[in-house]
Design a protein around this ligand. Structure first.
Ligand SMILES: *Cc1c(COP(=O)(O)O)cnc(C)c1O
Length: 460
């Protein structure tokens, strides 16, 4: 399997090269050259496999047998025997719990295998890498948990000082490994992202430190997320009848993986996107106009995003996989913060996708309502997804699976405000508030950040 850029210019690469590269050289995102298709027989054989075995099986066409095998053991440390359990929350309505990994958010499901892939590929090449990431919370902790102790990688994670939740910060700063460097920037998340972009734009620095990224533009993360869509369908016995998913969405990585699962033959009939007040995707589905506004803080901070990077991958397919028009649209979007798709393209998108938004008040009410109906406490992101799914559900005869993207204890203040119950951390994190923290506070200053990283990064 080879991977091509959504902007049509960068060279096609193999899976391991795409893993190390992240963004394509032409500014595009890598996607498979063609979609491998599962036959009905393939799905039948996959029923009954453990989660790890299923991951290996689903990803072999994407990654090759050798690298796919690394997925098999990547979930051994998860705290639930099913890895991704399904819980009934209503009539033919299910919650897919993706918070049983080390950092309590769905990002572990792709990041844990990613750590193993990096180790394996770098070791085979005798190469080393510097990973730099900016995080508003969950990506940073998942990356640190996956990459801590790696021999071939130095990891630098920028977070906005004083602007991530205490649980999120402690999940990053209490990891005691020599290759992990936490940097608290005196600024906002956007400042962190701007610093990151500036570091990547500095060609000399990028080459010297062998810089790479683990955000969701990395194809390997999308691939890892395809697995739980297939898992849910098989567990529900819906691999023939079809099913729908509701996905709380920020950067469009998770829900795009659902789209990818459908492209390889899973009968997904509907994908519902849940947004908070930062509702660029929901507005887009309503109007056909993608238009950024300023990011506003909400109770579901991991969805406080105005530019959903992975959406470009869907646009590529909607425009019949032609790179030039995608590049033109993205250039327009970068310049003006706006682009538009025509009616026939939009109607194709709407065949599969719906969107719904919840503000903070509605999110709190949703947490309370779901708790009183089912006895289950959900985190604010998951609550947005569940309610979006209910609001836009088309067919009650097929299962609706709402994706629970985080453990409620990751956002204890919001959950307590909504339900009057303070969710407890699971046993493996029970002493999180007693662990020692390590991080460096740096000014929002490119020169300082660059020097700090350069002195500690791997050298080319
Ligand atoms: C990252 C994240 C999301 C958004 O996922 P995308 O792939 O960016 O759409 C939603 N909920 C939680 C808890 C997250 O950490």
């Amino acid at each position: 399997m080879r991977y091509i850029s959504t902007r049509g210019v960068a060279p096609a690469l193999a899976f391991d090269e795409v893993l190390l590269t992240g963004l394509a050289a032409d500014g595009g995102l890598y996607v498979p050259e063609s979609w491998p298709v599962l036959g009905a027989g393939d799905l039948a054989v996959m029923r009954g496999l453990s989660y790890g075995a299923l991951a290996e099986r689903v990803l072999a066409p994407f990654a090759g047998e050798e690298l796919a095998a690394l997925f098999h053991g990547a979930f051994d440390e998860f705290d639930h025997p099913e890895i991704a359990p399904l819980t009934r929350i209503g009539e033919n309505e299910w919650l897919l719990e993706l918070f049983h990994g080390p950092t309590l958010a769905f990002k572990d499901y792709a990041m844990q295998p990613l750590g193993r892939l990096f180790d394996h590929v770098l070791e085979a090449r005798g190469a080393r890498l510097t990973i730099v990431g900016a995080t508003s919370g969950d990506t940073g902790s998942a990356a640190i948990a996956a990459l801590a102790g790696g021999k071939s990688i130095e990891v630098f994670i920028l977070h906005p000082h004083g602007r991530v939740s205490e649980v999120q910060r402690r999940q990053m700063t209490t990891v005691d490994a020599p290759n992990i460097h936490n940097i608290a920037i005196e600024g906002t998340f956007d400042d962190c992202q701007d610093l990151l972009k500036a570091l990547f734009a500095d060609e000399d620095f990028r080459k010297r430190t062998r810089l790479s990224a683990v955000n969701s533009i990395n194809w390997a993360r999308i691939a890892g997320q395809i697995v739980y869509y297939v898992w849910a369908a098989l567990r529900l016995g819906a691999e023939k009848t079809g099913l729908a998913f509701a996905v709380p969405t920020g950067n469009f990585g998770n829900v795009y993986a659902g789209y990818a699962a459908r492209q390889i033959g899973l009968p997904i009939r509907q994908l519902v996107i849940g947004s908070n007040r930062n509702d660029i995707l929901t507005r887009f589905l309503e109007s056909g106009v993608m238009q950024t506004r300023t990011v506003e803080p909400s109770l579901s901070p991991s969805m406080d995003i105005q530019v959903s990077s992975n959406f470009e991958r869907l646009v590529f397919d909607l425009l019949d996989r032609r790179g030039a028009p995608v590049a033109a649209l993205m250039a327009e979007f970068k310049k003006s913060g706006r682009f538009e798709l025509d009616e026939s393209t939009m109607s194709r998108a709407r065949e599969l996708f719906d969107g719904a938004r919840l503000d903070d008040e509605q999110t709190k009410k949703a947490i309370a309502q779901i708790h009183s109906e089912t006895g289950i406490l959900v985190d604010p992101h998951s609550a947005v997804g569940i309610m979006a799914g209910r609001a836009r559900r088309r067919d009650k005869s097929i299962p609706m699976v709402a994706i629970a993207t985080a453990h409620p204890a990751k956002f204890p203040d919001a959950v307590e405000a909504a339900s009057r119950i303070r969710p407890a951390l699971p046993p493996h994190l029970a002493d999180l508030h007693q662990r020692a923290e390590r991080f460096e506070v740096l000014a929002n200053d490119l020169g300082q950040v660059r020097t700090y990283i350069a002195e500690r990064a791997v050298a080319a």
